[in-house]
Design a protein. Structure first.
Length: 295
C-alpha cells in the first residue's frame, strides 16, 4: 500500500488562487484500515474491514483527529453518506455485495441504528455510488451501479409509527462505467459531476425539481483529462469545486465549477505522488480543506 499523502488547501490573497501544502495530521492512522470514509463538515466517519463504525472530529487549527462515537456494526461497509433529517445528523451505510442500506442517527456518543433497507433479486445490490442529499423539504438518496448502468432515486420518510421508511421514486438505465461522482449545490439546486473513461464522457447533471423525473445533463463534453482516477467535492470561497487526481503522473488539481455548469477554472496544482487509488476531502471552513490521497 502506498503511503498516504495529506495536503492542506488554503485560499491565497488573490482571487481564484489556492495553496496546497503538505501536512501530517495527528491521529490519521484510520486510513490504514478503512473500507469506507465520508465527511460531514469536520466530522469524519470510518468503516473498518472488521465491522467497526466510528466517528472522528478534525480540529482544523491543530490538524488533529479526536475519536468520537464507535460501535460494532458487524459489517464492513463500502459506502458512507452523512445527511441531515429533521435537523439531526444521520448516516447511510451501504454494503455492495448484499445490497444492505443501514441508517443511523448520529449523536456525540453513539450511532443509533434506525432502519435497514434491502431488496432481493439484486434491486439494491452492486451500487458503486451511493449518496444521500436534501432538497427543499425532502430527503433523498441515489444509487448507481457502474457495472450494469442501473440508477435509482429513493425517498426517505419518517412515518408515524416507525423511525424511517424508504420508497423508490425513480429508476433508469444509464451507460455503464460512470465514476468520480462529485455532488454539489448551486442556488439551492442539486448537481453532480461524473466521468466515464469508457465513453470519454464528462458531464454535469442536475436533479429535477420532481425526484420522480430523475436528472438531466446540463454540461457535456467537459475538459477533464481521461486519465483522472479520483475526484472529491470541495467547498471553495467563491462556490463549489472539486479536486481531481491522476495516478499515472501524480498530478492533483483544485478546480472551481463555473456557475453555468459548462466547465471549471483551475485554482491550484501540485505533484502529489503516483499510484494512489482514493481521494478524501474534509472541509474546514472559509474555503479551506484537508485532502488525503491513500490506497
Amino acid at each position: 500500500m502506498t503511503k498516504p499523502s495529506w495536503y492542506q488547501l488554503s485560499p491565497e490573497t488573490l482571487r481564484n488562487e489556492y495553496r496546497l501544502a503538505p501536512v501530517s495530521p495527528a491521529g490519521a492512522g484510520f486510513l490504514d484500515q478503512a473500507s469506507a470514509l465520508a465527511s460531514h463538515g469536520c466530522e469524519l466517519f470510518v468503516s473498518s474491514p472488521q465491522g467497526r463504525l466510528a466517528a472522528l472530529e478534525l480540529n482544523p487549527d491543530t490538524l488533529s483527529f479526536t475519536p468520537g462515537a464507535e460501535i460494532n456494526a458487524s459489517l464492513a461497509y463500502q459506502a458512507l453518506s452523512p445527511f441531515l433529517l429533521g435537523g439531526q445528523l444521520h448516516l447511510l451505510a451501504y454494503t455492495r455485495e448484499d445490497g444492505i442500506l443501514d441508517f443511523f442517527r448520529v449523536t456525540a456518543t453513539d450511532f443509533q441504528h434506525l432502519y435497514r433497507y434491502q431488496r432481493t433479486y439484486g434491486a439494491t445490490m452492486g451500487f458503486t455510488t451511493v449518496h444521500a442529499f436534501g432538497y427543499r423539504d425532502r430527503c433523498l438518496f441515489m444509487g448507481y451501479n457502474a457495472d450494469t448502468g442501473a440508477s435509482r432515486i429513493y425517498g426517505i420518510q419518517v412515518p408515524p409509527q416507525a423511525p424511517l421508511s424508504i420508497s423508490q421514486l425513480w429508476q433508469s438505465d444509464w451507460a455503464k462505467g460512470w465514476q468520480d461522482f462529485c455532488f454539489f449545490q448551486l442556488g439551492g439546486e442539486n448537481f453532480f459531476f461524473k466521468h466515464n473513461p469508457t465513453y470519454k464522457a464528462v458531464n454535469i447533471d442536475h436533479y429535477m425539481d420532481d425526484p420522480a423525473q430523475g436528472s438531466h445533463p446540463v454540461g457535456t463534453g467537459l475538459p477533464l483529462p481521461q486519465e483522472t482516477s479520483a475526484a472529491a467535492t470541495l467547498a471553495l470561497q467563491e462556490g463549489p469545486g472539486f479536486a481531481g487526481y491522476r495516478a499515472d503522473n501524480g498530478q492533483l488539481t483544485i478546480n472551481r465549477f463555473h456557475t453555468d455548469c459548462q466547465g471549471w477554472q483551475q485554482q491550484a496544482q501540485v505533484q502529489a505522488g503516483r499510484e494512489h487509488s482514493h481521494l478524501l476531502a474534509i472541509p474546514c471552513g472559509d474555503g479551506k480543506s484537508l485532502l488525503a490521497l491513500y490506497g
